[in-house]
Design a protein around this ligand. Structure first.
Ligand code: 4AD
Ligand code: MG
Length: 475
């Protein structure tokens, strides 16, 4: 007989005579005649109560079971007389698979997020993190569902790349040079400190490296996605991206997942329409398909979560230009930790103020100064701004960053020159503007930021299974 998952059992509309469930014991209490176990198998938030009769032949062993232990239970699904649950299981047989020792770290009390991060291998066994990671799984599926329904093609963009999309100097170097190479370098009379794979040392003999040129982990699949949008029309990529930002904030990790749609024959307005549709679709999907897990976050993490999610689904998102937003911030009278400077990038406190306090809903900021944006964004007619767009949302700040792309070869080359980028190394990108160039646009949405929005979790480390941050690569 196959095991049945607890989420399926709890949906049953009739008693079942013979079932097998397997899972981990959350709590247990014993009376003279019975042992009552709360069993969880990770399939849903709820436990199912197992009632084991003292007449079972291995009752002594069953009675010794502790929190965290794994058991297999064969028995009957019976309507429960107890309050708060519809079903319970009367065990005909309980096999103890493995007993957790007394020092099992997840005893029945509330643990801090900080503590749970130190046991990232066990934290998904808690209610909160079980819920968070079930939602994560469901939302990844919803992204593919959305794009499949809209007829977008799913594109796998490379993880290892030779080009820097964002030009922000936040790349992780990929190299196969090893200490033996140091010997080779020694012959070139390079000092030891220069031999570490920083750019200077490696450039000296980059031809010996695996790819014969500098290689990095991708910070965005955008440039590759553009190539395919200009062939297949509408594409998206959804995968891990890497940034060596040395900032320890609650919104940045070094490895995160990004959804990046890229659409041919699309302008900035179309890009925003698409972003709004995506965020609404995903939020509605979460509310509909993860209601039990989201209820936990509403009860224990953020009482206003449900209201916020309703807003995300129902409101029309605001659209304002960067300069108007800066005006609003300057006139707001609000004391910020960082000063608002016209022409500079906004800080997340500024972004949050706009979405959370001023507009009280998601807001698109458009047309940023070209000086603070990457080379590929389309220059506006004013010559000083580009067709960039960020979507700011309450609690998080920036959820999405995107733009209409510069499709005019000359303009693009001019921007690259201005920014000191080598046209030679982007020859293939420039070719896409040479042969049948069309207006196109796209954006990137941080998947973890979306999960923070949907769960109310305030630290990005808590929505990714094994967070990578400066100085931390445990697990
Ligand atoms: O705004 P970003 O840097 O945009 C790009 O990379 C574009 N090339 C995307 C595109 O147009 N196809 O990043 C996009 C989003 C941000 O809005 C944010 O949600 C998320 O990625 N993000 C991060 N999430 C977690 N940790 C980090 N260090 C992040 N950096 C960016
Ligand atoms: Mg951005």
């Amino acid at each position: 007989m196959k095991r049945i998952k607890i989420n399926r059992l709890l949906e049953s509309d009739a008693a079942i005579n013979k079932i097998i469930v397997k899972g981990w014991v959350r709590t247990k209490r014993d009376s003279k005649e019975f042992s009552f176990m709360e069993l969880n198998d990770g399939s849903c938030l709820k436990n199912i109560q197992i009632i084991a009769d003292s007449r079972l032949e291995n009752y002594a062993e069953i009675a010794s079971v502790t929190t965290g232990s794994a058991v297999s239970v064969e028995g009957k699904l019976i309507e429960s007389p107890g309050k708060g649950q519809r079903w319970e299981i009367h065990a005909d047989r309980v096999d103890v698979i493995s007993v957790a020792p007394e020092d099992y770290p997840l005893q029945k009390k509330r643990h801090s997020d900080e503590f749970l991060r130190t046991i990232a291998h066990l934290r998904p066994r808690t209610n909160k993190y079980g819920a968070a990671f079930r939602i994560r799984s469901e939302m990844a599926f919803a992204i593919h569902k959305f794009y499949h329904e809209k007829g977008f093609r799913y594109l796998h963009t490379p993880i290892i790349t030779g080009s820097d999309c964002e030009g922000a100097g936040e790349m992780f170097r990929v190299t196969t040079l090893n200490p033996l190479e140091i010997v080779a370098f020694d012959r070139l009379k390079v000092s030891k400190s220069e031999l570490l794979p920083d750019s200077n040392a490696a450039k000296m003999d980059i031809k010996q490296d695996f790819f014969g040129q500098e290689a990095n982990l991708t910070v965005s699949g955008q440039l590759s996605a553009e190539m395919f949008a200009l062939a297949l029309g509408d594409v998206y990529t959804f995968g891990p991206t890497f940034r060596a930002e040395n900032s320890n904030t609650s919104r940045h990790v070094a490895e995160f997942w990004m959804v990046e749609p890229e659409m041919a024959f699309c302008d900035l307005a179309g890009n925003m329409d698409h972003a709004e549709e995506l965020v609404k679709y995903l939020t509605l999907h979460a509310v509909t398909h993860c209601s039990e897990d989201i209820a936990l976050f509403t009860d224990f993490v953020d009482k206003e979560l449900k209201d916020l999610l309703d807003k995300i689904i129902n409101e029309t998102y605001e659209r304002v230009s960067y300069y108007d937003a800066v005006d609003l911030l300057l006139k707001s009278g609000k004391k910020f930790e960082y000063k608002v400077v016209n022409g500079n990038d906004l800080q997340s406190e500024h972004e949050r103020f706009l979405a959370e306090e001023y507009f009280k809903k998601p807001v698109f900021l458009m047309n940023y100064p070209k000086t603070i944006k990457p080379f590929y964004m389309r220059l506006n007619d004013d010559g000083r701004t580009v067709a960039a767009v960020d979507l700011l949302v309450p609690r998080i700040g920036e959820l999405i960053g995107g733009s209409q792309r510069e499709e005019r070869l000359q303009m693009l080359e001019q921007r690259m020159e201005e920014m000191g980028l080598s046209k030679e190394s982007y020859w293939w990108y420039l070719d896409s503007r040479r042969f049948g160039s069309v207006p196109h646009a796209g954006f990137g949405m941080g998947f973890e930021r979306l999960l923070m929005l949907i769960t109310g979790i305030t630290n990005i480390r808590d929505v990714i299974p094994f967070p990578r941050t400066p100085g931390n690569i445990d697990f």
